[in-house]
Design a protein around this ligand. Structure first.
Ligand code: ATP
Length: 451
């Protein structure tokens, strides 16, 4: 089951501490959101799951954490200064501004007028001054994608790790886009995180690798609890492709507001490494080298057998963390009329809280001490956050933990003091088990092995 509409999710996220409007006390800022106590855990768990599957569970991918502030030269040669724009129109009637390609019947969504200006390109990159004097002479961009810093670190990484294609470089981090119309909660925002992999391959093998990565990514999303029947693969039309792409498959998801892109998997060819490479004559290759490029680095590979230099092609699966969180919340959201409850049926590896330990009476020091001991024992197993719930009202605690998706609640009652056993309540079935204290760690870890 999924949420009926976006309002259900927005309201749950605020009520239970997942996501808040940013700068809320001063009226909020459009297109910016903060992740609260539950949101930060969910987001981190999603990113860790990506990193585990992309870096740890394979042996052909290295990680990177590069700066957000990016030299304008990098974004000049990557093509972003010239082409990273959306078509902007102004409504002459009500003075509002819109993205031309998102309008129905060329009509202003605010006042329905058709009296709009001609579309003009609006560059989506944020600029900021570098150094103490803001006279425009020294500036940087906030990166619009994490990918460019992977390309300009290509040589550092192959020199320090001796990698040869096929291999990849992965990065998770913030990206910034000055979207004309941020909307649909955290779907389209101005500051977001991306999980990006640049996978370098020999030219000629790129199309097979492209298919391989599309399959891998679809599989990964379903392991995060996104149902396959809500995912659709869409090949981007040639005329809609980004400037660097030979072919792109968008992984689309049925969000509460409609079918939209969750992740893009692009074949970026040798465009980026070629553009950042100087002295074309150094190579026995014809790369797309921009004339007068001031980079002094060879972003190429020498084939060990033929000794010829070539620029690898790159396949890029690029997923948005916020869009992932939104899809996962939507999938997990379940309204159970028969039990009069809302429950987030999250995959247990994504749950913000893995277990809540609840002393039945908050003022009873025997119960509270035992709860603290169990919390420490389970916390030390390193599976994620375990918390003490010491507010006293057991019914309220169960309701809260159902809504934040905690897989199990462990209640310490007076029987515990007598027979050293606790009640464990399962989130999905609401079934209660009596478990011996001596067995609680094993019970807990077995649950996470199975679910
Ligand atoms: P869209 O067409 O929806 O604007 P895009 O094609 O420009 O997206 P890419 O450049 O392919 O997006 O970026 C890769 C991923 O980064 C997207 O699939 C999406 O998950 C995420 N992303 C891009 N822009 C935003 C945004 N403004 N807010 C949230 N996530 C975003």
């Amino acid at each position: 089951m999924t949420a009926k509409n976006m309002e259900d999710l927005v309201s749950l996220c605020k009520r239970r501490g997942f996501i808040f409007q940013s700068n809320d006390v001063y009226g909020g800022m459009k297109g910016l959101y903060d992740f609260g106590p539950m949101g930060v855990e969910l987001k981190m768990n999603l990113k860790n799951s990506w990193w585990r599957s992309i870096v740890y569970e394979r042996d052909d991918i290295e990680g990177l954490d590069s700066t957000i502030l990016t030299s304008p030269t990098v974004l000049k040669y990557s093509g972003h200064e010239d082409t990273f724009s959306d078509p902007l129109v102004d409504c002459k009637q009500c003075k509002s501004r819109w993205r031309a390609d998102q309008l129905d019947n060329n009509q202003c969504p605010s006042c329905s007028s058709n009296d709009l200006t001609e579309p003009r390109p609006f560059n989506l990159m944020f600029k900021t001054a570098i150094g103490p004097v803001d006279d425009g002479s020294s500036f940087a961009y906030l990166r619009p994608e994490t990918a460019q810093q992977i390309f300009v670190n290509f040589k550092n990484i192959i020199d320090s790790t001796s990698r040869t294609p096929p291999f990849g470089i992965a990065q998770i981090g913030k990206s910034f886009r000055n979207e004309i119309t941020p909307r649909n909660f955290i779907f389209r925002v101005r500051e977001f995180e991306q999980m990006e992999l640049e996978f370098f391959v020999k030219p000629g093998s790129d199309e097979d690798w492209h298919k391989y990565w599309v399959d891998q990514r679809l599989k990964w999303w379903s392991e995060q609890g996104v149902s396959s029947d809500k995912l659709k693969l869409l090949e981007v039309e040639k005329e809609e492709l980004s400037h660097y792409s030979k072919a792109t498959f968008d992984i689309m998801y049925e969000f509460p507001h409609g079918l939209e892109e969750l992740e893009g998997v692009a074949n970026r060819t040798d465009f980026d490494l070629g553009s950042h490479t100087k002295n074309q004559e150094d190579y026995e290759i014809k790369a797309k080298v921009t004339p007068n490029n001031s980079s002094t680095t060879k972003l190429a590979i020498q084939d060990l057998e033929s000794k010829k230099w070539y620029i690898p092609f790159v396949i890029e699966p690029s997923a948005g963390v916020e869009r992932g969180v939104l899809a996962i919340l939507n999938e997990a959201y379940t309204q159970e009329e028969e039990n009069n409850r809302t429950v987030l049926k999250l995959k247990s590896h994504l749950s913000p809280i893995k277990a809540a330990v609840i002393p039945l009476k908050r003022n009873n020091s025997d119960l509270v001490n035992l709860a603290n001991k169990i919390k420490s024992e389970l916390q030390s197993l390193g599976l994620g956050r375990v918390m003490i719930e010491n507010s006293g009202n057991i019914g309220k605690n169960y309701r809260r933990h159902d809504e934040i998706g905690t897989p199990m609640c462990i209640t310490i009652d007076f029987e515990t003091l007598e027979n050293q056993s606790v009640t464990v309540r399962d989130r999905d079935t609401m079934k209660q088990d009596r478990v011996d204290l001596s067995n609680i760690s094993t019970y807990y870890s077995n649950y996470f092995k199975k679910n």
